[in-house]
Design a protein around this ligand. Structure first.
Ligand SMILES: NC(=O)c1ccc[n+]([C@@H]2O[C@H](COP(=O)([O-])OP(=O)(O)OC[C@H]3O[C@@H](n4cnc5c(N)ncnc54)[C@H](O)[C@@H]3O)[C@@H](O)[C@H]2O)c1
Length: 444
């Protein structure tokens, strides 16, 4: 990752012996290198947190491909892992030192949970915004993870997908090493409050323990940034005023409690181990690729099918719905301009009740309000969240969509992309959840 405040990165020295004489700037002739001196075979020549160089068949090849392999003419030597600018100098001790500076333009990000709703939007956003970055997605592909969300990226040389669990220490370690990760952005989570009431253990496992595993990897490999994607729900319901980053946490569901636990663990790793952590606490997101059991896509897709919109309680719960790409842009800003150890709220400042949201969806789709069906509220349903976002605004970020614009774009996307949601909603997993969550409620 390229922090905007810094222009170059650590300089690594790799020592190559030469047979004779020094030279400057010219491509290295093959005969000037003692390949034997790199302890023959495939044993690692040099490894650090950014790459694991191996000697194989007389050539030197880093483990990961990149767009710009450098080939030294006459030498079976390719720099494939990341772009290096190479200066040849300091002939000494009968050897020569190559000063290899990883190109400051290059970043290799591990995006966990990148096959989910926000994660997949973020991956796409990042690859477009930073043409020099590479992204490795690690995702367990739970019910919420979906490779269709990343379908358009298949074949992109800057994108790699790895299926797996963030709680798997060995797997995370292998990925850090193999891909020379310099930045971790953690979206992976069990993220649905309703499900957290059914199976809290899964939330503690992924959201808290999984975060710990990633923080350990961040510490071990000395990443440039570990970013935790958190939520406004950690502040609990806020009946008056707006939550600031320094406010006490007041969680009321197993979901928000596990997210709060993860936030506190991140801050502990910053204080105790100097891991350069940042945290964003975002408000509710809406937009493309949101799993259709979450309220906005649930209402849109039910309305398209003329099915009831199950509205919890009186629908007066107030939410700050932000367009997902605004949230992604905010995370990007914090990644590059945010200060380690700091938390940043990300929201619009606009508030909408769930009832208003439901009515607007029906209006946009030309459907009757009679589709709204009030159902028994869920326990501990927070009545209002509201964020003070002045801190992140000082970094230059502001949400670009009003609620009306965001919901209109979102409705349009679900209308245009039935291929995406129809197969989820007709699947056994979704139907089982829907019956469990709303079956009795819709009967009564
Ligand atoms: N959706 C929102 O409105 C919102 C708002 C603020 C913050 N957040 C946070 O943003 C993050 C992403 O939310 P989302 O709505 O995209 O969630 P999502 O449920 O759509 O996606 C979560 C992804 O994480 C993956 N995952 C789950 N457990 C995993 C594990 N153990 N290992 C690897 N991958 C795993 C899933 O397969 C899925 O792809 C979450 O951390 C959530 O708390 C969400």
């Amino acid at each position: 990752m390229k922090p905007q405040s810094r222009c170059s990165r650590t300089v690594f020295l790799v020592r190559f012996l030469v047979l004779s004489g020094g030279f400057a700037g010219a491509p290295l002739p093959a005969q000037n290198i003692f390949t034997d001196d790199f302890s023959a075979g495939a044993s690692p020549l040099w490894s650090n947190t950014r790459g694991n160089w191996v000697v194989a068949n007389g050539s030197y090849t880093a483990q990961q491909p990149s767009n710009n392999p450098l080939t030294f003419s006459g030498l079976p030597f390719q720099l494939k892992d990341f772009v290096l600018s190479v200066d040849i100098n300091d002939v000494a001790d009968g050897g020569i030192w190559l000063r290899c500076t990883p190109d400051a333009q290059n970043g290799v990000l591990l995006v966990t949970g990148g096959a989910g709703f926000i994660g997949s939007n973020f991956v796409r956003y990042l690859l477009e915004a930073h043409p020099d970055y590479r992204v490795i997605v690690l995702d367990k592909l739970t019910y919420a993870g979906n490779l269709d969300n990343l379908k358009d990226l298949v074949g992109n040389p800057r994108y790699t997908f790895r299926q797996g669990d963030i709680c798997d220490i060995a797997l995370v370690d292998e990925i850090m090493r193999a891909h020379a990760i310099d930045t971790i952005v953690n979206f992976a989570a069990e993220s649905h409050v309703d499900r957290s009431l059914m199976e809290p253990g899964a939330f503690i496992q992924t959201d808290v323990y999984g975060t710990y595993v990633l923080l350990e990897a961040a510490k071990k490999y000395g990443v440039e940034r570990y970013h935790q994607v958190s939520t406004d729900e950690v502040y609990g319901e806020v009946l008056e005023g707006r939550s600031q980053e320094t406010d006490r946490l007041h969680t009321r569901s197993p979901y928000s409690a596990s997210k709060a636990g993860a936030d506190l663990m991140c801050l502990a790793y910053y204080t105790s181990f100097n891991v350069p952590v940042t945290i964003t606490r975002g408000s509710n997101n809406i937009g493309p690729y949101q799993y259709p059991e979450k309220v906005v896509p649930l209402f849109i897709t039910n309305a398209i099918d003329d099915l009831p919109l199950p509205l919890y309680g009186d629908g007066s719960q107030m939410r700050d719905y932000q367009y997902v790409l605004d949230h992604c842009a905010g995370i990007d800003v914090v990644l590059h301009r945010g200060q380690p150890g700091e938390i940043y709220n990300l929201g619009t400042g606009e508030e909408t009740s769930n009832l208003t949201m439901a009515r607007l969806i029906l209006k946009l789709l030309g459907k009757p309000e009679s589709l709204i069906q009030r159902v028994t509220d869920r326990p501990g349903h927070d009545r209002r969240y509201a964020l003070d976002c002045s801190k992140v605004q000082q970094l230059g970020w502001r949400s670009q969509h009003t609620f009306d614009q965001a919901i209109e774009k979102t409705v349009r996307w679900y209308v245009d992309n039935e291929w995406w949601w129809r197969k989820i909603k007709t699947g056994a997993h979704y139907r089982e959840y829907y019956a469990r969550q709303y079956g009795d409620r819709l009967q009564s």
